[in-house]
Design a protein around this ligand. Structure first.
Ligand code: SAH
Length: 385
C-alpha cells in the first residue's frame, strides 16, 4: 500500500544469510534478483510463507476491504463480455491472493451471468500457500493454475490483475554525474554488503541495448541531478506483451488495477510489514516489497504488440463511473445501521482521494479498435468496445 513513512531497520533472516553468502561468493546481485528472492523464493519468499492480507496480515488490498469491490468488477466483466459478443470466453486472474476478488466476481455472475460460472478459470499464481487458499475459496470453479503466462488456451480471455504488477521484480538505474568525462552515465543499482548490512551499490553502466529498453523511464533531457533514480520492470513488459498478443489473436480484455503513475519514473520501491513502512532490506522474506506501476511503459509495450491500453483513470473515477455509489445505496436500504456505516466507510476507503482513490489507477487492455469502453469516459471518449 502506498505512502507509509519508513522505519529504517534491518534484521537477519535465513534469506538474509543466503543472500549475504551469495554476495560474498559472487559479488553484488541485481535488484531484480534480490526482489525475486525476497518475494518468491520457494522456501523463504514472502508470498510463499504466509497469508499477508487483511488486518491480521501486513497490508489490505481493495478486495479485502469490501466484497463490493469484487462485485463491481464482476458486474463490469459481465457487461464488457456482453458488449464484446465473444462466445465461450475463459477467465484469467493474475496474482489472486486469497481468491477474494474472484469469489466476489463469481457471486455477481451468479445473479447476472451464470454461464461465466462454468467457464475455465485460469489463475497465475506462484505461491503454493496462496494456491491452497484460492482452491478453498473458489471450490466448484474449473480452476487451472499457471506459474506464468507461457501457456494460455487458444480462446478469448477476460482477465483481471489487482495489485499484481506492483509485485513483479524491478530494476533501478542511478544517474552519476562526475564519474565519466562525458556528461554523465546511467548505472545499474545493485545490492551489496557493507559492515554486515545489505545496501545499494553502483553497478556497471547501462549498455546501448539496455538504454534502448529503458528509454521511456530515463529522462529525455540531460541535466538531472547526480543520484537521480529510474525504474524498469522487464517482467511487466513480458506479461503485458503476452496478454496483448493473445487479445489481438483471440479477443477479450484485461483489467489492470494498481498503484501507479503515468510519466517520468523515479524511486518508488516500498516495503511494508505489519501495516508499517519498513526499509526494503528489513527482514528479507518477511516484508512485502513493491513498486508503483509505470502505466506509460505498459501502454508503450501494449501498443507495440498491436493492442491498446485504455486509461489509466483513477480508481475513484472508475468505480464511480461504473456505479459503486448507487450500488452501495441500494444495498444500504436493506442493511441495519452498523452494516450501512461499514459499507459507506469501505466505499470511502476505495474512492476517497486521501485513501486509495487517486493513488490507485485502472486501465483496460483491449484488442485494436476505436471506441472507449464503459468506465473510462472520464478519460475522454464516447462509444463502447
Ligand atoms: N490480487 C490480490 C493479491 C495481490 S498480492 C488482491 O488484490 O488481494 C500479489 C499476488 O500476486 C499474490 O497472490 C502473489 O503470490 C502473486 N504473485 C506475485 N508475484 C508473482 C509472480 N511473479 N508470478 C505469479 N504470481 C505472483
Amino acid at each position: 500500500m502506498a505512502n507509509y513513512k519508513s522505519k529504517s531497520t534491518q534484521h537477519k533472516t535465513a534469506l538474509f544469510d543466503y543472500i549475504a553468502a551469495k554476495i560474498i561468493e559472487d559479488g553484488p546481485i541485481s535488484l531484480a534478483s534480490y526482489l525475486s528472492l525476497a518475494l518468491s523464493d520457494p522456501s523463504y519468499g514472502y508470498y510463499q510463507k504466509k497469508d499477508p492480507f487483511g488486518e491480521t496480515g501486513d497490508f489490505t488490498t481493495a478486495p479485502e476491504i469490501s466484497g463490493l469491490f469484487g462485485e463491481m468488477c464482476g458486474l463490469y466483466f459481465a457487461h464488457i463480455i456482453e458488449l464484446s459478443e465473444l462466445k465461450d470466453p475463459s477467465i484469467l486472474e493474475l496474482g489472486p491472493g486469497r481468491g477474494s476478488l474472484m469469489a466476489d466476481m463469481r457471486h455477481a455472475w451468479r445473479q447476472v451471468k451464470p454461464s461465466l460460472l462454468t467457464a475455465d478459470l485460469h489463475l497465475v499464481e506462484n505461491s503454493y500457500k496462496l494456491r491452497q487458499l484460492q482452491k478453498a475459496k473458489l471450490a466448484g470453479a474449473n480452476l487451472h493454475f499457471h506459474d506464468d503466462l507461457k501457456s494460455l488456451p487458444p480462446y478469448p480471455i477476460f482477465a483481471v490483475a489487482n495489485e499484481f504488477f506492483d509485485a513483479l521484480p524491478i530494476a533501478q538505474a542511478i544517474w552519476r554525474e562526475n564519474d565519466s568525462k562525458t556528461s554523465g552515465v546511467w548505472r545499474h543499482r545493485l545490492i551489496g554488503l557493507s559492515d554486515g548490512k545489505l545496501g545499494f551499490v553502483d553497478g556497471p553502466p547501462l549498455n546501448t541495448s539496455q538504454l534502448q529498453d529503458w528509454s521511456l523511464a530515463l529522462p529525455k533531457e540531460f541535466g538531472h541531478r547526480d543520484g537521480a533514480i529510474a525504474e524498469h520492470c522487464p517482467l511487466a513488459s513480458v506479461y503485458a506483451e503476452k496478454i496483448a498478443y493473445h487479445l489481438v489473436t483471440y479477443g477479450g480484455a484485461c483489467l489492470i488495477i494498481d498503484y501507479g503513475y503515468k510519466g517520468q519514473s523515479c524511486d518508488t520501491l516500498q516495503a511494508i510489514a505489519n501495516h508499517q513502512a519498513v526499509d526494503i532490506f528489513y527482514q528479507p522474506g518477511n516484508a512485502d516489497v513493491s513498486h508503483w506501476v509505470d502505466f506509460s511503459a505498459l501502454s508503450q509495450t501494449i501498443k507495440e504488440a498491436g493492442a491498446r491500453l485504455i486509461g489509466p483513470v483513477t480508481q475513484s473515477e472508475f468505480l464511480q463511473e461504473i456505479g459503486i455509489i448507487q450500488r452501495a445505496e441500494t444495498l444500504a436500504k436493506l442493511a441495519d445501521n452498523k452494516t450501512r456505516r461499514s459499507l459507506f466507510a469501505a466505499v470511502d476507503r476505495l474512492i476517497s482521494n486521501q485513501q486509495m482513490g487517486s493513488a490507485f489507477k485502472v486501465a483496460l487492455l483491449l484488442p485494436p479498435g476505436t471506441g472507449t469502453p464503459p468506465g473510462f469516459f472520464s478519460n475522454g471518449g464516447t462509444t463502447n468496445l
